[in-house]
Design a protein around this ligand. Structure first.
Ligand code: C5P
Length: 226
């Protein structure tokens, strides 16, 4: 970690556009990018591979320590995620991995075990960190904080389109129910619940084209010092 490196935190609920916006903004700024959700998802996938019970907190904490997650860009500029050396990028994006991640993320020891791994991404020339608690817990001293929101209906519709494009069969109603359940779990957990940092700029992305959101986020960066 390099505490002199500037950090832009982008937090928000699932489907708010964080991932897409964060990647574009990191590219434009030439900064590093941390997809913190991928770390929680990776533990969820590794737990699935080891056939662990999602109610067995002790086993999940051990699994967190044992799981090596590496990010690598492929030739097309796509970010690949390796779990213990195996490319698990596609498996990571499934609803099953998301739901497992959300359950695992409620365990305080898991969150503590992942703290330093996330902070290690803070390197010059800067970092764009995307997640739920980037501005509140992991990088509370970041000079630039954004909280993205969008209506649950729009978030479900975006996810529906993404999955349809990949040929995955889902229903809009089912996705909306999953999104609402995940929001409720993420917002109500005792440790690091999903909430905007007091000094975060909120941007509602409902109905906004990606380019407009990117422009607003870049504006936040250019207006902050430090
Ligand atoms: O952002 P993504 O949907 O990939 O995250 C998957 C799950 O991981 C979230 O629903 C949330 O429970 C958890 N998470 C978290 N803190 C983060 C990032 C993700 O608790 N910083």
């Amino acid at each position: 970690m390099d505490s002199a490196a500037p950090v832009l935190t982008i937090d928000g609920p699932s489907g708010s556009g964080k991932g897409t916006i964060s990647r574009i903004v990191a590219q434009r700024l030439g900064w590093h990018y941390l997809d913190s959700g991928a770390l929680y998802r990776a533990v969820g996938v590794a737990a699935g591979w080891a056939d662990l019970d999602l109610d067995d907190g002790g086993a999940l904490v051990r699994c967190t320590f044992d799981t090596v997650v590496a990010f690598r860009e492929d030739g097309d500029g796509e970010l690949r995620v390796l779990i213990n050396g195996n490319d698990a990028t596609d498996e990571l994006r499934t609803e099953t991995a998301g739901a497992a991640a959300s359950a695992i993320a409620a365990i305080p020891e898991v969150r503590a075990a992942l703290k330093d791994r996330q902070r290690a991404f803070r390197q010059l020339p800067g970092l764009v960190a995307d997640g739920r608690d980037m501005g509140t817990v992991i990088f509370p001293d970041a000079a630039r904080k954004v909280f993205l929101t969008a209506s649950a209906e729009e978030r479900a519709a975006r996810r529906y389109k993404q999955l349809k494009d990949k040929g995955v069969s889902v229903t809009l109603d089912g996705l909306l129910r999953e999104i609402l359940a995940r929001d409720a779990r993420d917002a109500s957990r005792a440790v690091a619940p999903l909430r905007p940092a007091e000094d975060a700029i909120r941007i509602d992305t409902t109905g906004l084209p990606i380019e407009d959101v990117v422009a607003r986020v870049l504006d936040v960066v250019s207006r902050s010092a430090g």
